[in-house]
Design a protein around this ligand. Structure first.
Ligand code: KG4
Ligand code: ZN
Length: 358
């Protein structure tokens, strides 16, 4: 008899979060039940450097991975027996960080005698949109915005994906992080800038700081954020005396965040019109930004009341392993019997790919 419920252990170590999750995917109903979602963040470790140090990240993953796996499996009586599939992030990401998750997943697959599947981290971000929304109207436009990627994709039908645009330099999250570093605000920049931007009480039209919105009107779906970062660098250099002025810093955060949001929204709406999308999906760490979420939602409603907007819960926007397990469920169900059998020996073959594309 065909089993409808797949119990999937997800492992994610592509960057600076050691994350594991246990998910049940119902193949028939195409819905997900999250049994555990454990994220051990390395932010306190990397904070003092103002960014991620790959060597330190890998060491921390090694220390964290087994306790985190143990926590996520606590709910099962006999994990070795009950788990049906092990899913691990294969890339993109930092090679040394990826290796920790992959080698651990291989070991478990070998010992538990369970199939092992490698998952693209961006496919994971995208799949986070499906966790509470099994029925999607296609075509859909996906915007993935994270610390490493800013990518627009066209999804004509379930499981399909075609990249239609990406950043040519910095990613949106990277831009938040770099601007926060220039302002000495700490790491990661996105949540800090967003918090300070919300405190801005000044008149938004008076004493306006004019920041560039690179490529906002370009005739394609690509992005570029390094010019914005450079503009903030010069603004700070020319206004060193104002850096202690709370209102000035709040104003810079407000305008930087708005410049990023304006570009992201303009291009996403343009893509949805061109491809007559029925759904817009937002995901990735920057999708945790409240202003982006609400401004995009309002713009979509104004553009076309029939256009649906999907965005994951905040905890599934930033890196987590639920999204990796969810992507694994969707991928696994499409495999042939032969391909599924091959996954049983994948512990011998799976290799990280830091530059993996969707
Ligand atoms: O997806 P993610 O957790 O890791 C990568 O795959 O890169 O994204 C991390 C990025 C960081 O650049 C961080 O500053 C940004 O997401 N981020 C935010 C917010 N929360 C996280 N950016 C803007 N607003 C936020 N609330
Ligand atoms: Zn990510």
């Amino acid at each position: 008899m065909k089993k409808n419920n797949l119990k999937i252990l997800g492992i994610e170590t592509s960057c600076d979060e050691t994350a594991t999750a246990l998910l049940v995917y119902n193949i028939k109903n195409k819905d997900f039940q999250v049994l555990s979602n454990i994220v051990s963040s390395q932010i306190p470790i990397h904070k003092k450097y103002g960014g991620i140090i790959p060597e330190i990240a890998a060491r921390a993953h090694i220390e964290n991975i087994l306790p985190v796996i143990k926590k996520s499996l606590k709910i099962l009586k006999n994990p070795k027996k009950e788990i049906d599939l092990i899913a691990v992030t294969q890339g993109p990401g930092l090679i040394t960080s990826l290796l920790v998750g992959i080698e651990t997943a291989k070991t478990l697959s070998f010992i538990f005698k369970k199939p092992l599947i490698g998952i693209n981290h961006l496919e994971g971000h995208l799949a986070a949109n499906l966790i509470n929304n099994p029925k999607i109207s296609y075509p859909a436009i996906s915007l993935i915005v994270s610390g490493g990627h800013t990518e627009l994709g066209l999804i004509k039908k379930a499981g399909g994906y075609k990249k239609i645009g990406q950043t040519r330099d910095d990613a949106a999250g990277e831009c938040f992080d770099k601007i926060a570093k220039l302002l000495n605000l700490g790491y990661p920049g996105g949540p800090i800038i967003s918090k300070i931007a919300n405190q801005f009480q000044g008149k938004k039209d008076q004493n306006k700081i004019n920041l560039p919105k690179p490529m906002i009107n370009s005739n394609n779906f690509d992005f570029s954020f390094s010019g914005l970062k450079t503009a903030v660098l010069y603004l700070i250099k020319n206004n060193k005396d104002k850096l202690k002025n709370k209102n000035f810093v709040q104003n810079v955060c407000f305008e930087s965040q708005q410049a990023i949001i304006d570009v992201l929204i303009k291009k996403t709406i343009k893509a949805s019109k061109k491809y007559q999308a029925k759904t817009i999906m937002l995901s990735g760490g920057v999708a945790a930004n409240q202003e982006l979420r609400s401004q995009l939602k309002i713009k979509i409603a104004k553009t076309d009341s029939a256009l649906k907007f999907l965005v994951p819960e905040i905890k599934y926007c930033t890196d987590n392993a639920v999204m990796i397990a969810a992507a694994a469920g969707l991928k696994y169900q499409k495999l042939t019997k032969k391909q599924k059998n091959q996954l049983k020996n994948n512990w011998q073959k799976l290799k990280p790919n830091p530059n993996l594309n969707i």
